[in-house]
Design a protein around this ligand. Structure first.
Ligand SMILES: N=CN[C@@H](CCC(=O)O)C(=O)O
Length: 331
């Protein structure tokens, strides 16, 4: 399939640190030769990377998320394969080939009055490829786990899932931002507005939305629409029992139908991300939310986005993402 770089075991061999007597998660992952072969594999989950940050740049944000996929993969393949972790249940499909798009974005002149529009055009091209890939994965009943990249990619996830399932889907987004910005050029702040406008998104709920980052017009839109809902971060009782219960209740109206699960890493306090914040959920609270979502049979994808591995502690970013993935697929 054009635009998709399918991996073989050779793509990750150099990332795995061997240790005598131990088996690493990466050694047990499944691979396919073509996307059509997914249906032959018993694994339930399919892992896909999107090494781009064009959508974030188009949204006036900080670049760097293009490097997250490789960092996350390196941590993931080095988890232990043991009674708790089964690499066999995950197909490492590969990555959306973003090299040409990244090059084109890098060569654009920032002084060009159409600079942001041109970035948005590149985002649209990635949208198309991603939509097709997600559609194919969902069509064969498997659950994609997508590592971005910017939150712009939520659009391709939603559209692909909705096409495969032949209905608009619901989405639960754990995020400090609503990403319901206007339908201007495509970027990381308007994926959900575009998905609603396209008829691919039915109920859209944001958990952990922060008061300081939502424009009033978006609050009004969310208050007005029956299909939009939010739980403010500031309004949550953070004691572990109460927050889990609040999350479960919030998820309920979505999970009776097919729903996508979005996690924007800028919702986590002090986590390196495009819109890093000193206030937010902890990594362990996020792990608790993931364990609630994985109980639901109607979850049709999991998207982790907007993390940026910085030079000093990229290992921590990679580890956190690998915990999120392993928690999600654990039986
Ligand atoms: N996906 C992120 N969207 C945020 C970005 C905010 C920021 O970079 O500060 C938004 O559009 O509000």
């Amino acid at each position: 399939m054009e635009g998709l770089k399918i991996y073989t075991k050779r793509n990750i061999d150099h990332l795995i640190s061997d240790r005598k007597g131990e088996t690493k998660f990466g050694e047990k992952l499944s691979f396919v030769e073509s996307i059509e072969d997914l249906k032959k594999e018993p694994a339930a989950y399919v892992l896909l990377g999107i090494p781009e940050d064009i959508g974030i740049r188009a949204n006036y944000g900080n670049a760097g998320a293009a490097n997250t996929w490789k960092i996350a993969l390196q941590s993931l393949v080095n988890l232990q394969q043991n009674r708790f972790n089964s690499g066999e249940n995950l197909i490492l499909l590969g990555e959306i080939d973003c090299a040409e798009f990244n090059n084109k974005a890098g060569n654009l002149d920032k002084k060009d009055p159409n600079y942001y529009q041109k970035l948005g055009d590149l985002v649209k091209q990635i949208d198309q490829i991603l939509t097709e890939v997600i559609e194919k994965i969902n069509e064969v009943g498997k659950i994609p786990i997508i590592i971005g990249g910017g939150h712009n990619n939520a659009y391709g996830n939603i559209k692909g899932a909705s096409k495969a399932l032949e209905n608009p889907i619901n989405v639960l987004n754990i995020d400090a931002h609503s990403d319901l910005r206007t339908l201007e050029h495509r970027h990381s702040g308007n994926a959900f507005s575009y998905a609603i406008a396209g008829g691919f998104l039915n109920k859209y709920y944001v958990f952990g939305l922060q008061k300081n980052y939502t424009p009033e017009y978006i609050f009004e839109e969310m208050d007005f629409s029956e299909n939009l809902n939010y739980m403010l971060f500031e309004g949550l009782n953070k004691s572990s029992n109460k927050i889990t219960r609040a999350f479960r209740e919030f998820l309920k109206p979505l999970s009776s139908g097919n729903f996508g699960f979005e996690l924007d890493c800028d919702v986590i306090a002090n986590f390196n991300s495009s819109a890093m914040s000193p206030s937010g959920f902890s990594v362990d609270q996020i792990r608790g939310f993931i364990s609630e979502v994985k109980k639901e049979k109607n979850c049709c994808y999991f998207h982790i986005c907007e993390a940026i591995p910085d030079k000093k502690n990229s290992v921590l970013t990679g580890k956190a993402i690998s915990y999120f993935i392993s928690d999600f697929i654990r039986k």
